[in-house]
Design a protein around this ligand. Structure first.
Ligand SMILES: Nc1ncnc2c1ncn2[C@@H]1O[C@H](COP(=O)(O)OP(=O)(O)OP(=O)(O)O)[C@@H](O)[C@H]1O
Length: 582
């Protein structure tokens, strides 16, 4: 827990040095004022019972009142500054978290279920962090100063009382700490709840939720998970109530013992009445403050545990070490050399020694059955992952040695599972080249090339219409929007199209193909498609089967060879009723 506390305080310091220092200083001052007020009250009682100097009594009463007034005033100032700090920390941790998340070079963290859970919990932690910091800095310091002030007063008058209070506080601390830890053990369930909440409100998911009638199932899982955590939380509350009741009784016994001993000392003349009042008030003050602090310890332990997920994510090493070389324009080849890849160290090999070459200026078609590893190969080409064995060379240089951002700037890609951004139609296209995000002419040109210009213009607010998945645009129109996005890059070295035709009708396919042919003229293209007719014109066709290159050549060469490609092509042509011409 200590490293998390240190991390919280360091974050607070980064979020606002002056505010952090002011909140801490005010907490200490406000924390010491109650003991000062009680001390002044003690002096006043002693003055009333011994000296009876009216001027001194009035001065002490006024000083005690001033201490109380200062407590109220500074307390409010402290609360305001703590609220300011809270907001500053919120901004800092949110920007830290999302800077880290977008700083991951590859996709591995986002596709690993354990890391995804951790990320959800870290998002929770980012919300809890400001509370943890203010609890530590403001309430924790103030409470510690109050206890310290009263402890000094008690120590001066009757030291054994300190021992009694400490003995009573240790079991209280230990039991509250263990209660806080058991409350923090519901992390896994919390991550599941966050997932089901998102799922139940996601437009894409809701189509299937309705169609397959999954609402009750998911709501049931969410409800059961909530019931589980609620039961665990109630258990903690129950045990906390019992512990608090027992501690309350122990506290009363300690304070009664102190009062009796001090009263006897007053009777013997070894103590003043003021001293008795001081010890009684200080004992109550220490106990009340400790009870309040310990009561919050459970919540603080819990929110610190949430913050720990945040600090873990922030400390996670980069999944993909960046290269240091600039990426030159592609002049020769991109070579796959005996590339082996699997997503998990224990999982099956997806690519098993893939070797082939993409030639600059050529269009290469990549075909293969479902699960053959085509999209995986594209992910390696964009360097979302690194192969475990073998290498991919860009004009002879291993991709690992190249600056990853530079490499990706040279690639324009439309992915099979492209993103439907809940942004305007213009932004959905313009995101393909952020430098021209607001360049309406370029956006309109890309939209027209992808054959979606008319559909976008017909939207209620045209290019300014905010799109939602499943609303306003059809699946094929979304797909053309994704193609338009990749066409925003005016001069990419490598164009990758991972099944851009899947959702397109025949007319649209023709329009998109024409546009793509224009845009990819003279450029290096990697086209993945299950419609073999779409890639028959490619300069080279590579057939992937079970993670290996099974065949490669031109359409005519592969048809003449009579292998798997020829068989598949004949099968497709027969089902479309198209005569096979080789
Ligand atoms: N993130 C991932 N984690 C683990 N396994 C994955 C991941 N992505 C893909 N796979 C597995 O890798 C294999 C190849 O998938 P890939 O998407 O590359 O195939 P594909 O040839 O593009 O298939 P399709 O034609 O269906 O698009 C599949 O068995 C798939 O289950």
């Amino acid at each position: 827990m200590l490293p998390t506390v240190v991390a919280c305080l360091a974050t607070s310091w980064r979020a606002g040095r002056a505010t952090t220092a002011a909140v801490g200083a005010l907490a200490l001052t406000v924390g010491l004022l109650p003991s000062a007020a009680v001390w002044l009250g003690t002096l006043m009682i002693d003055e009333l019972t011994t000296g009876r100097n009216a001027a001194r009594v009035v001065a002490l009463a006024l000083a005690a009142a001033a201490a109380a007034a200062l407590t109220a005033g500074l307390g409010q100032l402290g609360a305001y500054l703590a609220a300011r700090l809270h907001r500053a920390i919120t901004l800092t941790v949110q920007s830290d978290l999302y800077a880290k998340v977008s700083g991951f070079g590859g996709l591995r963290p986002f596709e690993d279920p354990r890391f995804r859970d951790r990320l959800r919990l870290a998002q929770n932690g980012a919300r809890e962090a400001p509370l943890s910091v203010t609890a530590l800095l403001s309430d924790g310091l103030r409470g510690a100063a109050t206890v310290g002030g009263f402890a000094i007063a008690i120590g001066l008058l009757w030291p054994p009382m300190l021992l009694l209070l400490t003995v009573a506080a240790v079991p209280a601390y230990l039991s509250h700490r263990s209660l806080g830890r058991s409350a923090a053990r519901t992390d896994r369930a919390t991550a599941a709840q966050l997932y089901y909440r998102t799922l139940l409100t996601d437009p894409g998911a809701n189509r299937e939720i309705r169609l397959f009638g999954l609402g009750d199932l998911f709501r049931g899982r969410l409800h059961r998970s909530l019931e589980e955590t609620t039961a665990a939380e109630l258990g903690v509350h129950r045990r906390r109530a019992v512990v608090r009741a027992l501690l309350g009784v122990a506290g009363v016994a300690v304070s009664a013992l102190g009062t009796v001993v001090m009263a006897l000392a007053v009777v013997d003349g070894r103590q003043t009445l003021g001293g008795l009042t001081m010890v009684a008030a200080a004992t109550v003050g220490v106990q009340a403050t400790l009870t309040a602090l310990l009561g919050r310890l459970g919540d603080t332990t819990r929110s610190l545990a949430a913050v720990r997920h945040l600090t873990d994510v922030l400390a996670a090493p980069d999944d993909l070490p960046d290269g240091h070389l600039d990426v030159p324009p592609l002049a020769g080849t991109v070579e796959f050399e005996d590339v082996w890849f699997r997503y998990d160290d224990d999982g099956p090999w997806i690519l098993r020694g893939v070797t082939f070459t993409l030639h600059a200026g050529w269009s290469t078609g990549l075909v293969g059955l479902n699960g053959a590893g085509k999209s995986t190969l594209v992910k390696l080409l964009c360097r979302f992952y690194d192969p475990q064995r073998g290498r991919i060379r860009w004009d002879g240089t291993d991709l690992r040695a190249l600056r990853v951002d530079d490499l990706r700037r040279r690639i324009a890609a439309t992915f099979q599972d492209f993103c439907r951004y809940e942004l305007t139609a213009a932004e959905n296209i313009g995101l393909g080249d952020v430098d021209r995000l607001t360049d309406r002419r370029a956006i309109a040109r890309a939209a027209v090339m992808a054959g979606v210009g008319q559909a976008v213009a017909a939207l209620p607010q045209g290019y300014d219409t905010t799109l939602v998945d499943g609303v306003l645009l059809s699946g094929g129109q979304w797909q053309r929007l994704a193609v338009a996005r990749s066409l925003m890059r005016t001069d990419p070295d490598l164009v990758i199209l991972d099944e851009p035709n899947a959702g397109l009708d025949a007319e649209a396919e023709h329009a998109v193909h024409t546009a793509l042919r224009q845009s990819r003229r003279g450029r290096t293209t990697l086209l993945i498609s299950h419609r073999l007719g779409a890639i028959r014109d490619a300069d080279l066709i590579v057939v992937l089967a079970q993670g290996r290159v099974a065949e490669q050549g031109t359409h005519d060469g592969l048809m003449a060879a009579g292998g798997g490609y020829a068989r598949l092509f004949r099968l497709q042509s027969a089902s479309y009723g198209v005569p096979v011409a080789t």
